[in-house]
Design a protein around this ligand. Sequence first.
Ligand code: PLP
Length: 311
Amino acid sequence: MFDPTSTSNIPADLEAFWMPFTANRQFKAKPRLMVAAQGMHYTTHDGRRVLDGTAGLWCVNAGHGRQEIVQAVAAQMSQLDYAPAFQMGHPIAFEAATRLAKMFPADLNHVFFANSGSEAVDSALKIALAYHRVKGNGTRQRLIGRERGYHGVGFGGMSVGGIPTVRKFFGGLLGGVDHLPHTHNLEHNAFSPGQPQWGAHLAEELERIVTLHDASNIAAVIVEPVAGSTGVLIPPVGYLQKLRQICDKYGILLIFDEVISGFGRLGTGFATDYWVNPRHCLPSQGDYQCFSPHGGGGGAGGDSSGVHEWG
Ligand SMILES: Cc1ncc(COP(=O)(O)O)c(C=O)c1O
């Protein structure tokens, strides 16, 4: 039996847990287990103190073991551990949504809660499709992602994502998806401090895709404002603004996946605060501190036959 208070225990049987994104045989031959965490540091099963340089999986933005968070979660669990969100609710969900909406950029004023970043991405893509449909533009079904993008492991997110190893085992994925080129170019951008000067023109590839398919068939573009999982890629100067302009010109929704860049990661509420406004924003991991699996998305209700009103 594993004793979490001991720093030298490894569970007798590591077999049953099929670990995600992990070389399972190698790991299990030489496990690296974290048994405790405080502040910026983990403690490993063999008693080492390890600096948590990535804040977990980019999701422990407030640091480990924050007592005010532990106590708030425990208090809520004692009072009400679960209430269905179908035709029922509980007050805290509404309060949380109101507070989140105030933090969101620009006119993003509605919150759709999800259980993970992957689910938030797939929900955002579905909301984009449904939005166009209820606005009478049901032919707008195509989705545009970007090479090297990471949007989680749902079928929607894998389809618009652009990391080959995440996609290659899963066949045809969603139909009707195109990819913008990524912005990583060492010849032009190596050693750029801050935003690279080269690369804004890559957003113009969106014009080419629009010409090919016609805007009337395109629902949404989704990108990470700052790409994370592919290796951190800061957007070139002017690139996101150009994407915003082209999307506006053709009535295409622009979705910013801020699952790891949101909630203080870049020194602002959201990465987009530095640049431009999305129509949907998917902040997730940092906001809930990964105590429990959560994700979420913000949507704009300003154009008011907005999709949240369809029911
Ligand atoms: C940009 C982005 N989108 C989506 C996800 C998926 O989030 P989750 O692992 O919570 O499903 C991640 C995860 O790292 C991410 O970095």
